[in-house]
Write a protein that binds this ligand. Sequence first.
Ligand SMILES: Cc1cc2nc3c(=O)[nH]c(=O)nc-3n(C[C@H](O)[C@H](O)[C@H](O)COP(=O)(O)OP(=O)(O)OC[C@H]3O[C@@H](n4cnc5c(N)ncnc54)[C@H](O)[C@@H]3O)c2cc1C
Length: 456
Amino acid sequence: MAERLVVVGGDAAGMAAASQARRRRDPDELEIVTFERGHFTSYSACGIPYWISGVVPDRDQLVARDPATFRERYDIHVRLRHEVTAIDLGRREVVARDLAGGGEVRERYDTLVYATGARPERPEWACAGVAGVFGVQTLDDGTALLDWLEGEPRPRRAVVVGGGYIGVEMAEALLQRGLSVELLEQAAQPMSTVDPELAELVSTAMRGVGIVIRTGVTVTDLRERDGRIAVVDTSSGPIAADVVVLGLGIRPNSALADAAGLPIGPTGGVRTDRRMRVPGVPGVWAAGDCVETLHRVSGMPVHIPLGTHANKQGRVAGINIGGGYATFPGVIGTSVTKVCDLEVGRTGLRERDALAAGFEFVSVIAESTSRAGYYPGARPMTVKLIAERPSGRLLGAQIVGWSEAAKRIDALAVALWNEMTVDEMTALDLGYAPPYAPVWDPVLIAARKAVDALTR
Ligand SMILES: Cc1cc2nc3c(=O)[nH]c(=O)nc-3n(C[C@H](O)[C@H](O)[C@H](O)COP(=O)(O)OP(=O)(O)OC[C@H]3O[C@@H](n4cnc5c(N)ncnc54)[C@H](O)[C@@H]3O)c2cc1C
């Protein structure tokens, strides 16, 4: 009889695990069943802001593989609209509710992959079910938001609550659709993924395109008129709104795992070892936004929910389940985003992270340009480096600039991953031609400045 792999969650991590296991084991050896409570598999939540803005015209473009493709090409069976409600580790069974039909099914497993993603933060005021208030976690959320934006009366005033990268991307998307946009942020600045000096550049750029940013503001309530959102009440007064988008942060979706008795780490994510096995629970694996992972610079467990990690972790779990050998070595917190034409990249530790991890460090900010100063289209680029004192080892880097900025962070991520010092970095053989960089690339200029700061 074939063994059975059951996967809970049919997106990046879950389907990467299922696909990799299938590459190594035939259907007569391994049966694979995925439970997914939503309407889609292998979809790109990352693309939602660009679909809402209209840059990506069609929702189907965000779906990499649908259940029919998984069944026909890979013999992976997806039970769509089935929510797993319990995991019985003793009996090796999952219990799921059919969200369409209402019935309950039980499925035996030999191997289980827990890949339920993250759940969005929802304070009490956001749970009242006011019409016109949306999250952007799933394609169903995106569909509901688009229906509202295209419906009558046509919304004109949008309020985005939360200034993380999703809030910032959604503010841009709504602006591009022609709405007036106000972004509310509880902290002193939006875009806290970078240090305040660089976040300030992002705020300035957002204001420059017409997004109103209100900081130090807490939402206290939502009010409706005629059954539709009308007012967002805040600590600094009421704001009129025809649509509200929530980007309040997310937490690991680990409640089901916790209830089943899987180990949960200090960040709230499911604990795994390097092979993505759940320690102490034979046959159970976990991957993606529901797990915590190791930060390679701080050495601390972290929850950094990104598609790039979910895909890699799912792949690692699937290779191991298929009989191969793979490990996930941890993360360094690299991410990129954009707001209108401004690009933002970061890797490693911010100053506050370096302090929390107990490092002594210097930090420098270097101003440069994206291309040779004389070459048409050269735009300002700001690079911040954080280096350990006295070793000079790179601890973190951030870049904000107008063009060719974001992906420059990858060179810095590679340096950081390989524990290079800023001194070693000054000699990096990076590409140069006037249309692409000044003769001293902004990355090299920043490294030189960090070396100076260390020797001072
Ligand atoms: C708007 C937005 C923009 C983003 N942009 C980026 C980006 O630019 N770069 C980047 O790296 N990352 C980005 N991300 C993050 C990225 O989308 C996630 O990290 C990635 O989707 C995580 O994959 P996952 O499989 O772990 O979880 P998910 O994609 O959340 O998938 C988990 C699946 O499990 C299902 N599920 C949960 N519980 C159950 C249950 N009990 N039973 C059955 N099914 C269940 C859910 O319906 C879901 O489909 C973005 C996310 C959003 C929302």
